[in-house]
Design a protein around this ligand. Structure first.
Ligand code: COA
Length: 225
């Protein structure tokens, strides 16, 4: 199997990214799709596009995707998942401030104290593939988000994850817990590049091994509700 990744940017600012793990026979079709996705994007004109193909050498871990839910409010979900309002307020500040973190920020679910030391980089979930084995179609965007959310929540110390896309016209965010992926509508104004991903955890988590799992372990996420 091969890990195939794409990222595009303008003036070194990230525009678009995508990745999967596939058989050798599917690489060509995948990079064609990724070229279209990355080169023509509403976030701006692309002046750099990178395609990366790497043989997967570690065993791939398989996970069932979280179930998708609608119609919950963020406040209820936060409360049910054991995240304090103080932590949520701090999380929203990281999403709204002028810094565009390149990955997720990890906060203590009780106090909102930042636990990772990745500064403006953040922690990125990478080396994954999403497989839809259900009859219902999911947009590429939801597939990516569901795959990332499933990986993030696959740890006993994780309470929840709040994500708002930095795409200009996409205002639907989500809050995911180990029990489900909850879509949240109208999370920001349109035409805003504000966005980010916050992971709320119990602060006794072994951060190095959790981050290594998110960033390095090859992961396959199966959607079959
Ligand atoms: N957001 C912003 N910048 C990103 C980025 C992202 N998602 N991914 C990569 N970059 C930029 C950063 O400047 C990064 O340098 P850094 O490690 O110091 O932050 C640089 O590109 C190189 O990153 P690298 O991890 O080597 O890139 P890659 O080509 O191996 O993987 C992605 C690129 C986009 C596939 C991967 O990083 C990623 O984010 N995967 C998650 C899936 C995804 O993005 N889905 C789309 C929407 S949710």
């Amino acid at each position: 199997m091969y890990s195939v990744k794409m990222r595009s940017s303008q003036n070194t600012s990230h525009i678009s990214g995508a990745e999967t793990i596939c058989d050798m026979k599917d690489i060509e079709k995948t990079i064609q799709n990724y070229f279209k996705k990355g080169f023509f994007h509403e976030n701006g004109e692309v002046d750099f596009l990178n395609l990366k193909i790497e043989k997967v050498t570690q065993p791939i871990q398989t996970f069932n995707a979280l179930n998708i839910y609608e119609n919950h409010t963020l406040n209820t979900l936060i409360q049910q998942s054991g995240v304090s309002h103080a932590a949520l307020t701090k999380g929203r500040h990281y999403i709204q401030n002028e810094i565009n973190y390149r990955g997720a920020i990890i906060l203590c679910a009780k106090t909102g104290r930042r636990l990772d030391s990745t500064k403006e980089r953040g922690v990125r979930v990478t080396h994954f593939a999403f497989e839809n084995h259900s009859t219902s179609a999911l947009s590429e965007r939801v597939q990516d988000a569901l795959a990332i959310a499933t990986c993030i929540s696959h740890h006993s110390h994780v309470k929840g994850e709040l994500c708002i896309s930095d795409d200009l016209s996409y205002t639907t965010g989500y809050y995911a817990t180990p029990l489900g992926y909850h879509r949240l509508h109208h999370m920001k104004a349109t035409n805003s590049r504000e966005g980010g991903r916050i992971i709320f955890v119990d602060d006794s988590i072994h951060l190095d091994s959790y981050i290594a799992f998110l960033e390095k372990t090859p992961k396959r996420i199966i959607y079959n509700p």
